[in-house]
Design a protein around this ligand. Structure first.
Ligand code: MD3
Ligand code: FE
Length: 226
């Protein structure tokens, strides 16, 4: 269903309810908002900066403490990067693959994350970590909580690029019912306060070809980790 005449985006992949309009804001939790298309006007600056980060710290698939290789490939920029291996999940100042510090967080990344946080009434967001997740068709992220960050009061800002994905937003226990929220190219989600410890995940990515990013979804997640 179309809400106005302003550049609607429809994907038959998700049937009816999936027309979104840039500028639309949806509340999905007490302190969580989806800002549809918020990143679109920034992408001519953002995508070249993303390419430069990925040159310095390429995507790689990591192993979980349980010994499984993640289907999602990761990289990071900023002072701290999230990593996992057989010994656990943690934030590190260095890329374990190169031994070098993670690439600096590009100014355009920080500015966009802060602009989005402001829209959700988080005025002083200072992200020190940007996790970059790449999903190819079939890749998924099973329901989990993020609790390795020291400041659980800071919000998390996530930006979706490329192919659409179905995000699952659950409750405070794994078995709680979850909502399904489709996320499209250019959408930003801001999660804060009471919603910070909710279980969440991403259903297996469906095959497709995005005009700008090809057969993948890239998600940037900004956090205050240290
Ligand atoms: C909601 N990434 O990297 S966006 C993750 O699309 C992760 O790649 C997903 O879950 C993705 O940990 C989801 C970001 C996100 C991050 C933390 C959250 C959503 C969250 C914490 C609480 C609630
Ligand atoms: Fe997460």
């Amino acid at each position: 269903m179309m809400r106005n005449n302003d550049n609607p985006i429809t994907l038959d992949l998700f049937a009816d309810e999936t027309t979104t309009t840039p500028g639309q804001v949806e509340r999905i939790g007490e302190q969580s908002l989806v800002l549809r298309g918020f990143a679109l006007p920034w992408l001519d600056r953002l995508l070249p900066a993303l390419e430069a980060v990925l040159q310095a710290a390429p995507f790689r698939q990591m192993v979980t403490p349980g010994g499984f290789t993640m289907s999602v490939a990761l990289s990071s920029c900023g002072a701290l990067g999230w990593t996992t291996d057989r010994s656990g999940y943690r934030y590190t100042a260095h890329d374990p693959q190169t031994g070098r510090p993670w690439p600096d967080m590009p100014a355009v990344f920080r500015e966009l994350a802060q602009a989005a946080a402001r829209q959700a009434q988080f005025e002083h967001f200072e992200p020190d970590s940007c996790l970059i997740n790449r999903y190819v068709p079939g890749a998924r992220m099973s329901l989990h909580q993020d609790k390795n960050e020291r400041q659980l009061t800071a919000p998390i800002v996530s930006m979706s690029l490329g192919l659409p994905a179905m995000f699952q937003f659950g409750g405070f226990e794994r078995s709680d019912k979850s909502q399904r929220i489709p996320l499209f190219h250019g959408d930003i989600v801001v999660w804060g306060g009471v919603d910070r410890l909710r279980y969440h995940g991403v259903l297996p990515l469906k095959a497709g070809e995005h005009p700008r990013l090809g057969a993948q979804r890239i998600n940037l997640t900004f956090r205050t980790a240290g």
